[in-house]
Design a protein around this ligand. Structure first.
Ligand SMILES: Nc1nc2c(c(=O)[nH]1)N=C([C@H](O)[C@H](O)COP(=O)(O)OP(=O)(O)OP(=O)(O)O)CN2
Length: 163
């Protein structure tokens, strides 16, 4: 007897965010500030519910759009970096790396609970937020949530939350 496994996938031309960032790497390197037009794709694996669908992908689309819109046209800053210090400076947030520092108006930044603004950890952040949003709607946990974040054409990272 064969068994069936289902997933829904959502990727739309508005599930994007144009944001600034910089990453640290190799423990002693920090990029210059730059930006990307990030694109996201979301997949949810699970059993069919009483509607005979995994989840309503319109609702999933809208949940994802809410998160993308929060990140759009913002400077993405990591709150959990061991290398980059974030400081309040009145209406601004100052980011410091060794003898370099950047000052951004607070409402033009998003401080994220991640260690580095890599595509991988942005995908993880979005996946975690989506799971919270699904649970807030009373949805049963799916089997898995996957989020892909593409930094630019041909460069992306994906996370899978297995539940
Ligand atoms: N696995 C990952 N590798 C890299 C990431 C990442 O998030 N995950 N990020 C970077 C840099 O932040 C940077 O964003 C790379 O972007 P890009 O502009 O493409 O880098 P380059 O300037 O070197 O590429 P060009 O196409 O020549 O502009 C690096 N690695």
């Amino acid at each position: 007897m064969s068994s069936s496994r289902y997933k829904v996938r959502v990727t739309k031309d508005f599930l994007v965010f144009s944001s600034g960032h910089f990453i640290t790497f190799e423990g002693n390197q920090c990029e210059r500030v730059h930006g990307h037009n990030y694109r996201t794709a979301v997949e949810v694996d699970g059993d069919l519910d009483g509607n005979h669908y995994v989840v309503d992908f319109i609702a999933l689309r809208d949940m994802t759009r809410t998160i993308c819109d929060e990140l759009d046209h913002r400077m993405l800053l990591p709150a959990g970096s061991p290398y980059i210090r974030l400081e309040d400076d009145g209406p601004n947030i100052v980011a410091r790396y060794r003898d370099r520092y950047w000052s951004f108006p607070r409402d033009e930044c998003v401080v994220l609970p991640i260690a580095n603004t890599t595509a991988e950890l942005l995908a993880k952040y979005i996946a975690d937020r989506l799971l919270v949003a699904m649970r807030a709607r009373g949805w049963a946990d799916p089997r898995a949530v996957r989020v892909e974040v593409e930094e630019c054409f041909g460069q992306s990272a994906e996370v899978e939350l297995t539940l």
